[in-house]
Design a binder for this molecule. Structure first.
Ligand code: PRP
Ligand code: URA
Length: 207
């Protein structure tokens, strides 16, 4: 299932990210803020249970998080900005990293790093990558999470192409996707159109 977060704050920030005139500092800040807003939606179904506590006025039962603990997993390198931001909301979450880059010729993902929490199988996993383009990177990352035992995985991306969404739905129908927008299509180089360009380069100023 794909959830597109249509909230005006999300759409406004995304449009600024798309703008070619938005510089590195602002782009980074927007990516971090948008990630929090996407997490708000992605974590909507976290379980709560009543806890007894006392306010300064009286005691009562009040909802607190329960159920499986969380893991945030970034696809390097662009997903880092998302996990770095979201961990502020859920500071007890463990954080994993999957290093993948997309070969510019074949557009196939190339794996170079993998470090996941050892108890990933017991955690709800939120996988982050700002761009879901061909879907090759996210699909490979999800497969390595599953190989490590993860059973509950949600993918959070800022922008997706219909092609990437279709690949995840085909390869991993159990994985829900939360995005700010699904754009028109991929161009011949596998870039999302209209998109926002190369997310890693715009976050880290490498172009
Ligand atoms: C970008 C992006 C995704 C991938 C998406 O990373 O952050 O990981 O491309 O493309 P796909 O859906 O077609 O696989 P990139 O390969 O540029 O690596 P980087 O983050 O290290 O720059
Ligand atoms: N990776 C990016 O960073 N941007 C795209 O449009 C496609 C893949």
């Amino acid at each position: 299932m794909v959830t597109v977060v249509t909230h005006p704050l999300v759409q406004h920030k995304l449009s600024h990210m798309r703008d070619v005139h938005t510089g590195v500092k602002e782009f980074r800040e927007l990516a971090a803020e948008l990630s929090l807003l996407l997490a708000y939606e992605a974590m909507r179904d976290l379980e709560l249970e009543p806890h007894r506590l006392s306010t300064p006025l009286e005691s009562g039962e009040f909802p607190m998080l329960t159920g499986k603990k969380l893991a945030l997993v970034a696809i390097l390198r662009a997903g880092l900005i998302m996990t770095d931001s979201i961990v502020q909301l859920v500071p007890a979450a463990k954080v994993g990293h999957i290093g993948l880059y997309r070969d510019p010729q074949t557009l196939q993902p190339v794996a170079y790093y993998n470090k996941l929490p050892t108890d990933i199988a017991e955690r709800r996993v939120f996988l982050t990558d700002p761009m879901l383009a061909t879907g090759g990177s996210a699909s490979a990352a999800i497969q390595s999470l599953k190989d490590a035992g993860a059973a509950s995985i949600k993918l959070m991306s800022i922008l997706a192409a219909p092609e990437g969404v279709a690949v995840i739905e085909r390869d991993h129908p159990d994985v829900d996707i939360v995005v700010a927008a699904v754009d028109s299509h991929l161009n011949d180089h596998g870039y999302i159109v209209p998109g926002l360009g190369d997310a890693g380069d715009r976050i880290y100023g490498t172009k």
